[in-house]
Design a protein around this ligand. Structure first.
Ligand code: ADP
Length: 670
């Protein structure tokens, strides 16, 4: 039997990734979308797309009935759930079967068996799979649990039985804190998963997270596709993954694979699954949980094995045998994946929201893969996970793959909102990471090196910003004079002024973290290029901008190029390690083209403080008001110096995304 049409019950990068494989296999695809996702990439890539409801997941991507209705209407014979949403929902798998639609995933019983961490442990224990010392039984009375923790020995880890995504997890250091931490874990478990059952585990102080990709068909054939190391985590969530896991003795590696297959067999598994282990410093490993779906980090396995895991999922769902035997599956080279997020690592990884004004990924080839569902101009909203893309690299060995990763990260250029790219660069360039000192405490241990405050722009960067501005101005001027007499002195763009000195002061406001720094550069027009003075240094500067946002420059005889993007009156310069943001001054002839006098809400939220009032004179970078959305504060600052014309809202009011908050009139530079 073969599948003809698949509905993808998901969105974003994973929906796009599944559609790609389906297309390659000649299978038609059906997308579903919420209000927010009307124009998103996955709807455009699919052969057809159906609107299923509001932006909140409970009104759309979690609505089983609506999704199944679309499957029937569109004539889909199978549903691929991706990861997250309904991917591990046994009820949904059951409903699909009832509706005669194939659920591309394991049998209902396997999802159910692994749905509770406690029940999963029980099954695995019986199957002889090693477990970390702990308690996962039914007795949930606090005093009993405390006694168990004492027997296990502190520190212990409390987990929600129904948990996931690190939610509810609490480390308890000693007996005195136990009951308090227990009730806090139970509260979070109840509110997140509707179930306050918890389990206790010995807390390993320096473990690695090593997981095995398994696959099984409907003909009792099980294989594994090696392991992934996912130890680089923040708040128990993966940030960087790699395959194979470095420094694991072959004998242990083989045993991990064999145990994972044993786990899959124990629950009659079919399809793609991941068996997660804690890997201790003494090379011992313990079963943690099994994820009964495709993992976010599956591409690293695909890169080293050459297997398309989605293709295998489709084959298995259609009842076909696995295409390869265990001995035919080979691991080749080394792969990394990094998760590029709209978030602010320096503020506890708070999600960032807003429009992706500029998006440039590295060129894709045999070594570099990008999985994304986002294109330039898209908005990262409050409704879904703020992942922008996964960047995956491959090479012959870990060292080479790591240089590829560093290079590819330099080529990721995103402006308009805060991302974790500079943080990922800091990890990829970190000496301990290079030396494979991997364990789940890595980010915390290396925090002083990874969370360095952004450095202030060097004089050369300030000069580049000035050069960019001067080149932009001359090109604007050039356009304006195109229909005029080119020989007229009024058409010259070299700064010649009648009765005026040939110099031009430029003032920039640099945004560095939460600070705003002012820089002043004096520009003299030359026959070729400019002479510039900054911080008592002189520079002769020449350059040109190409069509790909590249600023080619020559500063005092040093020639290179840099990526530079202007969005309204903000310039972003991308260096190898960091991006620099400058608020640009405005000239009188630019005033007309200026539409940023309207300051709008970047997302729906509430106004929590208003600083500005009509008539106020403000400087670039001054805070005008503060909004709150998704429990985060967003300060709306003046993008340029000017006068406040009107403030449209007051404290406590709710605002919709895109609505004008404040009108600001720019001061005109004379
Ligand atoms: P979740 O399902 O909520 O993501 P997991 O059980 O998969 O939770 O654990 C997530 C992460 O928490 C692991 O990758 C590891 O970093 C850490 N962790 C889990 N159990 C332990 C333990 N017993 N000791 C130390 N760290 C642990």
């Amino acid at each position: 039997m073969s599948l003809n049409k698949i509905l993808i019950a998901n969105r974003g990068e994973i929906a796009c990734r599944i559609i790609k494989t389906a297309k390659r296999l000649g299978i038609k695809t059906v997308a579903i979308y919420s209000d927010f996702d009307k124009d998103s990439l996955h709807t455009q890539m699919a052969d057809e797309a159906y609107h299923i409801g509001g932006s909140a997941t409970k009104d759309s991507y979690l609505c089983m009935d609506k999704i199944l209705q679309v499957a029937k209407t569109s004539g889909a014979d199978a549903v691929h759930p991706g990861y997250g949403f309904l991917s591990e929902n046994a009820q949904f798998a059951r409903d699909c079967a009832k509706a005669n639609i194939i659920f591309i995933g394991p049998p209902v019983a396997a999802i159910e068996a692994m749905g509770s961490k406690s029940a999963a442990k029980e099954i695995m224990q019986k199957a002889g799979v090693p477990l970390v010392q702990g308690y996962h039984g039914d007795n949930q009375t606090p005093e009993f649990l405390k006694q168990k923790a004492v027997e296990i020995g502190f520190p212990v880890l409390l987990k929600a039985s129904a948990g996931g995504g690190g939610k509810g997890m609490r480390i308890v250091e000693n007996e005195a804190n136990f009951l308090e931490q227990l009730s806090s874990c139970q509260r979070e478990a109840l509110s997140s998963f509707g179930d306050d059952n918890i389990l206790i585990e010995k807390y390993l102080t320096k473990p690695r997270h090593v997981e095995i990709q398994v696959f099984a068909d409907k003909h009792e054939h099980q294989v594994h596709l090696f392991e992934r190391d996912c130890s680089i985590q923040r708040r128990h969530q993966k940030v960087i993954e790699e395959a194979p896991a470095p420094n694991i003795p072959d004998a242990v590696r083989n045993k991990l694979g064999a145990v994972a297959i044993q786990a899959a067999k124990a629950i009659g598994y079919e399809g793609a699954g991941t068996v997660e282990f804690l890997y201790d410093i003494d090379n011992r490993f313990y079963f943690m949980e099994m994820n009964t779906r495709l993992q976010v980090e599956h591409p690293v396995t695909e890169m080293i094995t050459g297997v398309d895991l989605v293709e295998w999922q489709i084959l298995v769902a259609a009842g076909e045998p696995l295409p390869l035997q265990q001995h035919e599956i080979q691991a080749n080279g080394h792969a990394f994946e990094v998760r590029i997020y709209a978030e602010d690592p320096s503020h506890d990884f708070l999600p960032a929201i807003g429009k992706i004004q500029h998006l440039q990924f590295p060129r894709v080839n045999d070594h570099v893969r990008i999985d994304s569902g986002i294109v330039e101009g898209d908005t990262i909203g409050i409704f879904y996970d703020p992942m922008i893309a996964k960047l995956i690299v491959w090479d012959q060995n870990r060292t080479r793959a790591l240089s590829r990763l560093n290079r590819a990260l330099e080529d990721c250029k995103i402006a308009g909102l805060t991302t974790n790219i500079d943080f990922l660069k800091a990890i990829a360039g970190n000496a301990s990471f290079k030396a494979t000192a991997l364990d789940t405490g890595f980010i915390e241990r290396e925090s002083t090196r990874l969370f360095q405050a952004p450095v202030s722009a060097e004089p050369q960067t300030i000069i580049l910003a000035s050069l960019f501005l001067m080149l932009k101005r001359s090109s604007t001027h050039q356009k304006q004079i195109i229909n005029h007499d080119a020989n007229s002195p009024w058409s010259m763009n070299n700064g010649w002024r009648l009765n005026k000195k040939n110099y031009h002061p430029l003032v920039f406001v640099e945004e560095r973290g939460d600070e705003h720094l002012q820089h002043e550069v004096m520009v003299h027009f030359c026959h070729q290029g400019f002479d510039m003075e900054y911080a008592q240094q002189s520079f002769h500067v020449e350059g040109h901008l190409d069509a790909h946002d590249q600023l080619n420059f020559n500063i005092n005889g040093y020639q290179s190029h840099v990526h530079a993007v202007q969005i309204a009156y903000q310039l972003t310069l991308f260096s190898a390690t960091q991006k620099f943001i400058f608020n640009l001054p405005i000239l009188d002839n630019e005033q007309d083209a200026h539409d940023e006098s309207k300051l709008t809400a970047p997302m729906p939220g509430a106004i929590i403080k208003v600083f500005a009032k009509a008539g106020d004179k403000v400087n670039a970078g001054d805070a005008l008001l503060i909004m709150e959305a998704m429990k985060m504060e967003h300060t709306i600052t003046a993008p340029f110096a000017g006068t406040v014309v009107e403030v449209f809202f007051s404290q406590g009011e709710q605002v919709a995304e895109g609505i004008e908050l404040i009108e600001l009139e720019a001061d005109i530079e004379k």
